[in-house]
Ligand binder design. Structure first.
Ligand code: CA
Length: 227
């Protein structure tokens, strides 16, 4: 098959719940790239956080949530991985806002395989040479592309919810982030959010990082302390 090259490092995450379409796309993409295929938002979040993908192919209507909301949360967390929305037209009509929420491109089902491959190549070319710098706050650092945190240089294990909150805090560069803004991040993950959820997550983060690392700023929210 033309273009087949198993040594190629390009690594794609395909999020598509439709079994037949997913199978067909997975087969097509595997001829050109390294690719993982998942069928739920939860699996996508887990895989995405665990591996460094070059491109994310995202269906919008997923059985356990809304792809656009997750995309929004990813962008808010500083992730710049190219995202191609692959969606049915009726999903897309009121979802063209997907582009506003951070998608790089979109493709309407049904489409020609060659068109999908061409769009992916454009995104990969655009991505080349645009690696993002790490952000730092004291002993904590963050690689936005992989969404990985490091504490004193060692990878830090955090839950998806903790990661989403910490990403917004570290990007604020020491400024306070409002409770509303942080709650939005949790909504983006489809997390069941009640009045205590944020406090519980912040408590979990303080346990991992040290109490003094996340300061409560009265009336303003929370801030990450750098020193
Ligand atoms: Ca779908």
């Amino acid at each position: 098959m033309a273009g087949r090259n198993t040594g190629l490092p390009m690594y794609l995450l395909l999020v598509e719940d439709d079994l037949n379409l997913g199978k067909a796309l997975h087969k097509l993409l595997r001829e050109h790239f390294r690719v993982d295929w998942v069928r739920t938002l939860a699996a996508a979040q887990e895989r995405f956080a665990a591996a460094g993908y070059d491109v994310l192919l995202l269906d919008l209507g997923l059985p356990d949530g809304d792809g656009v909301r997750w995309l929004e949360a990813l962008r808010a967390a500083g992730c710049q991985t190219p995202v191609l929305i692959v969606s049915a037209r009726d999903e897309l009509d009121d979802r063209v806002k997907g582009l506003d929420r951070g998608a790089d491109d979109y493709l309407v089902k049904p489409f020609e395989p060659e068109e999908l491959l061409a769009r992916i190549r454009v995104l990969l070319r655009r991505k080349a040479g645009s690696a993002q710098p790490r952000l730092e706050a004291g002993p904590l650092s963050y690689a936005p592309d992989s969404q990985q945190f490091y504490l004193d240089g060692a990878p830090l294990g955090v839950s998806p919810q903790e990661r989403a909150l910490l990403a917004v805090l570290i990007q604020a560069g020491g400024r306070p982030v409002s409770r509303e803004r942080l709650l939005q991040q949790l909504y983006g993950l489809g997390d069941g959010v009640d009045s205590n959820t944020l406090e519980v997550r912040i408590h979990g983060l303080r346990r991992r990082l040290g109490r003094e690392r996340i300061e409560t700023v009265r009336g303003l929210g929370y801030r990450l302390v750098a020193s």
